[in-house]
Design a protein around this ligand. Structure first.
Ligand SMILES: Nc1nc2c(ncn2[C@@H]2O[C@H](COP(=O)(O)OP(=O)(O)OP(=O)(O)O)[C@@H](O)[C@H]2O)c(=O)[nH]1
Ligand SMILES: [Mg+2]
Ligand SMILES: [Zn+2]
Length: 269
């Protein structure tokens, strides 16, 4: 897996053989995309993305493709469930004259996340993002076309990563980056550019656990009447009370319900 520490032996011809993979501190994965013809209930395997990550840099863009907070939430719970520090990047702020994206950056800041607003085009927020990458191993993840490779090129001008166009008909990217690569910046700094993905479905998360990965829910979880509470229909649910009195944002709660609904009871693992 990208990011693994391995022992290997080197052959005379320059090829090598991996002999041992060191224990992983963590790894990020998602459900593999649906296979055509397998049907809705077809088996969904785990697709492992990268291991030993310090930062999950979740990149979205205000337009082309349009910002979707429910998608950001899915990336967030993937990171939270793997114990990785999550950082939210909102790119292409030059495309939003009315600054509507501020509603979402404020929402996530309020919850306690680091949110970095950037524009590659107007060179905004680039140094700010660079500081988060310094001395760390960071996985840069998001949908196709949000500007992952552009941001890395702009932070590290020597990289020359391939940049793609945005489709005029769908306003989405064209899957320009095709494989995940780990790039060494200096002795202590590594970044992983990844191919943009179409959908993000977290892997291996149970209905009972989901609430733990919405970090602002945590302080209410122990006070629900049932310890198996899924914060949906159960009586005396402290999470629902917090939504009703405004302590938890309704946007986030709707996002929670939306993900809860997609977790299959029986074939999740
Ligand atoms: N207006 C604007 N366009 C940007 C910005 N950042 C990137 N773009 C454009 O967005 C398009 C896609 O950029 P990429 O860097 O290839 O996106 P990506 O996320 O790496 O896409 P994949 O490799 O397909 O996952 C390119 O046309 C970039 O020029 C920005 O801040 N503002
Ligand atoms: Mg790319
Ligand atoms: Zn509850």
């Amino acid at each position: 897996m990208v990011g693994d520490f391995v022992d290997y032996s080197l052959n005379n011809d320059g090829t090598g053989v991996i002999e041992n993979i060191h224990e992983r501190k963590n790894f990020i994965s998602r459900k593999a995309p649906r296979i055509k013809g397998a049907g809705y209930r077809g088996e969904r395997l785990e697709q492992k993305i990268a291991a030993n990550i310090d930062n999950l840099i979740i990149v979205s863009s205000v337009q082309n493709p349009q910002l979707n907070n429910k998608t950001i939430d899915r990336f967030l719970i993937t990171g939270e469930s793997s114990n990785v520090n999550c950082v939210i990047v909102i790119n292409k702020i030059d495309l939003d004259d009315d600054n509507n994206y501020k509603i979402f950056s404020n929402l996530y800041k309020q919850i306690g996340y680091s949110v970095i607003e950037t524009s590659v085009k107007e060179n905004l927020g680039i140094n700010n993002l660079k500081e988060f990458l310094n001395g760390k191993i960071s996985l840069v993840w998001g949908q196709s076309g949000v500007g992952k490779s552009s941001l890395l090129n702009s932070i590290y001008p020597n990289l020359n990563l391939k940049i793609g166009e945005i489709s005029k008909s769908t306003n989405k990217g064209k899957h320009t980056t095709v494989t995940s690569i780990l790039i060494k910046i200096d002795e202590n700094t590594f970044v992983i550019d990844t191919p943009g993905i179409r959908e993000i479905e977290p892997y291996g998360i149970t209905k009972e656990d989901l609430g733990h990965y919405f970090i602002e829910f945590k302080k209410y979880l122990n006070d629900c009447r049932f310890n198996t509470c899924t914060h949906f229909h159960e009586p005396d649910c402290e999470v629902r009370k917090a939504v009703e009195n405004g302590s938890i944002s309704n946007e986030r709660y709707q996002s929670y319900l939306n993900i809860l609904e997609t977790i299959e009871d029986d074939i999740n693992f």
